[in-house]
Design a protein around this ligand. Structure first.
Ligand SMILES: [Zn+2]
Ligand SMILES: [Zn+2]
Length: 374
């Protein structure tokens, strides 16, 4: 069964806030974490009037609601559900379940202690850590961790519950470069920068197998060499809607974890060009110097990295097309809400504005005349 630890403490001691801050830290370490909340009173997540609520009112004992992105279940019970039964509901791929509450369970505990809201509550099982400014008398043996030190807390959880930190898998740079050159058609400095930029982006988000899911969305800012390499490493493509092209003419990309919402933008530094010449002054030209230097120079010499917010509209997400209409002018089908309403008519963007192509009537005429000529 998945490893579990309870975050316990008095009401308003900061349990939820701690869990909120601990989750991104564990995610960044490559951990897949589930959470479980115990409510001492009753809760209602079914909204009165909704279909599932009506099913339950009419007598269903278990109601399951599902969509392409989530599944939820409400099951009526006449007793507390035992913890092992609750943990079985969590999918096997999770490394850890963080439980808010359940202070009387056998799981190890993290006690959030704030004397202002009262002394520590009675707790069964071992208290591994006390989070706060002081340790209560009853928990002298626990490790004390400052309220803002989620790194230390994540270290302790990994150490004691998960058998040490996960070794981030090493990226095979030569193999990825070979794959990138095959896809792109040649090896060039842009391939090296693109491959290393994509590796760095994935690492910063704790995504070590980007091709195995549509979790990673990449925004690329140029339609030059480096972008092909970013595609090779990330597996993001236009057709999967996981690659977004924003034409800024920059060798830069933003990597977005669509599960957590975290995003980093990475841009190749202008100074990297000079750094390459200094690194390999004996090469015959700048191209050769860059090719060698970009494989070897440290990441912070080559790139600058910033945490950013990058949001995607519902109509931009991977998955099934969002609606389809037919243009009232040209009768061509339009997907994903790309149509425009013009004077009460639904038009495609080509018909509503100036298309990027013009019908080649004169070319057709000329070719026809040629073929008809004796
Ligand atoms: Zn190239
Ligand atoms: Zn049209």
């Amino acid at each position: 069964m998945t490893a579990a630890i309870c975050v316990v403490g008095r009401k308003n001691s900061g349990k939820t806030t701690l869990i909120e801050r601990l989750l991104p830290e564990l995610r960044a370490r490559g951990r897949k974490v589930a959470t479980l909340k115990h409510d001492a009173h009753d809760f209602e997540i079914d909204l009165p009037g909704k279909d599932t609520w009506r099913h339950r009112q009419a007598g269903s004992t278990t109601t399951v609601i599902s969509s392409s992105s989530k599944v939820a279940m409400v099951r009526s019970t006449d007793r507390e559900t035992p913890l092992d039964e609750l943990l079985r509901l969590v999918d096997d791929s999770c490394d850890l379940v963080l439980i808010e509450g359940l202070r009387r369970s056998a799981c190890p505990k993290i006690l959030v202690h704030r004397p202002e809201v009262g002394g520590p509550p009675g707790v069964l099982g071992e208290v591994w850590a006390v989070v706060g400014d002081e340790t209560p008398e009853t928990n002298r043996s626990a490790t004390r961790i400052a309220a803002n030190d989620v790194k230390a807390l994540a270290d302790l959880i990994e150490e004691r519950l998960l058998g040490g930190s996960v070794q981030a898998p090493a990226w095979n740079l030569p193999a990825l470069l070979a794959e990138a050159s095959r896809h792109h058609g040649h090896i060039c400095p842009g391939q090296v920068l693109g491959v290393r930029m994509a590796i760095l982006g994935c690492e910063r988000l704790g995504i070590y197998e980007p091709k195995s899911s549509k979790r990673l969305i990449t925004f690329v800012e140029t339609d030059r060499c480096g972008t092909d390499a970013v595609q090779t490493v990330t597996g993001c493509t236009l057709g999967k809607r996981t690659l977004k092209f924003v034409d800024y003419g920059k060798l830069a990309a933003t990597f977005l974890d669509s599960e957590t919402g975290r995003a980093v933008r990475i841009v190749a530094r202008e100074s990297a060009r000079d750094a390459a010449l200094q690194f390999a002054p004996d090469e015959i030209d700048a191209h050769a110097a860059q090719l060698r230097a970009y494989k070897a120079l440290p990441e912070d010499v080559l790139f600058s990295v910033q945490d950013v917010r990058a949001t995607l509209a519902e109509t931009e997400l991977p998955g099934r097309p969002h609606g389809r209409v037919v243009c009232a002018e040209c009768d061509e089908g339009v997907n994903n809400g790309r149509e425009l309403a013009v004077a009460g008519r639904t038009l495609c963007r080509a018909c509503a504005g100036v298309p990027y192509y013009q019908e080649a009537e004169d070319i057709v005429t000329t070719q026809k005349q040629k073929s008809e000529a004796p």
